[in-house]
Design a protein around this ligand. Structure first.
Ligand code: A3P
Length: 316
């Protein structure tokens, strides 16, 4: 997916630009909005990333539970090498973002090799990304599996608003009203969020073996059912022996908000030197939007969601 611009700066200068919720400016590329840093990395990925047959890609809209699902998928895939009750489990010492890298937030090592391409020699690599389906590096559609996670739009927005004012990438904090207006107009990172969700929803129906569509609230409400479903999709179903020993529950506990948010690794330090690790943990509560948005704001988001998803069979 090469573009004809000689430098990333030339490309940025040619794109529609507007205020961003997380950063001073957002750029519209292939129909979606990105910060300049993310966009440059995304273009590197589009040009260079090579998916492998066993790769797993967790795709989310920002603030819909990425950190949680990175931990769950990591624990699930690595459960033979590292039992979830092992006191030296990597998830007890490192953040989910250290263990499961981003596709679009990794700097190129050199002109020909992304960090993500050389990350490890393990048979199953796991990546997180916010990239909409239309902009995924081409090889991802050919190889690997995609887990798409979505969350109630109102809770996603509230989480994004708080995150913005925690990370302080903007010259001044953003007001709730301004953030809400930008979000409704589609200008959220990798947004419009509705379009991002719909792209993966449709693909999960066209290619159910390629894309699994999951919801944050379902994992909260029925974690065992959802975890089993996820394990099956990823080709690692729980054996009867694992079920009998309580392994699914042990993974759920290891990755729970309570466990994760109280770990030293997640309470201290920062991610890529710019975002504090504890910014990824706030309340983890379903329906928290009611404590922050007016009834009118909630109704407006519901109305946009209904209109956008009309005829798709999807409701959130
Ligand atoms: P809230 O801000 O609503 O609390 P992301 O990881 O995509 O950035 O999403 C962050 C949201 O997921 C935050 O939501 C955060 O609290 C919540 N979260 C983080 N870890 C979680 C966990 N283990 N279980 C449930 N929710 C979690």
């Amino acid at each position: 997916m090469k573009n004809s611009f000689s430098t990333p700066e030339d490309l940025l200068a040619s794109l529609p630009r507007q205020e961003g919720i997380l950063e001073p400016y957002s750029y519209q590329y292939q129909g979606f909005w990105y910060s300049s840093t993310v966009l440059k990395s995304l273009i590197d990925c589009q040009n260079q990333f090579q998916a492998r047959e066993n790769d797993i890609f967790l795709v989310t809209a920002p603030k819909s539970g990425t950190t949680w699902f990175k931990a769950i998928i990591y624990a699930l895939i690595n459960r033979e090498a590292c039992h979830p009750q092992d006191p030296h489990h990597p998830l007890l010492k490192q953040t989910p973002h250290q263990l499961v890298p981003w596709l679009e937030y990794v700097a190129p090592l050199d002109n020909n090799n992304l960090v993500s391409n050389s990350l490890d020699s393990s048979p199953t690599r796991i990546f997180g990304t916010h990239t909409p389906i239309v902009s995924l590096p081409e090889s991802i559609m050919e190889k690997g599996k995609i887990v798409y996670l979505c969350r109630d739009i109102k809770d996603t927005f509230v989480s994004l608003f708080h995150f913005s004012n925690k990370i302080n990438f903007r010259p001044s904090p953003i007001s709730l009203e301004n953030a809400f207006d930008l979000f409704c107009r589609g200008s959220s990172p990798s947004g419009p969020v509705w379009d991002q969700i719909l792209g993966y929803w449709k693909k999960s129906h066209d290619k159910p073996h390629k894309v699994l569509f999951m919801r944050y609230e379902d994992m909260q409400n029925e974690p065992r059912v959802q975890l089993r479903h996820l394990a099956l999709f990823l080709g690692k179903p729980f054996s009867q022996e694992e079920e009998n020993s309580g392994l699914p529950d042990q993974i759920i506990k290891l990755c729970s908000f309570n466990t994760m948010s109280n770990l030293e690794a997640n309470k201290t330090g920062d991610f890529l030197g710019v975002v504090r690790n504890d910014s990824f943990f706030w309340s983890g509560v379903v329906g928290d939007w009611k404590n922050h948005l007016t009834v009118e704001m909630g109704s407006k988001l519901d109305q946009i969601t209904e209109e956008k998803f009309s005829g798709s069979g999807l409701s959130l």
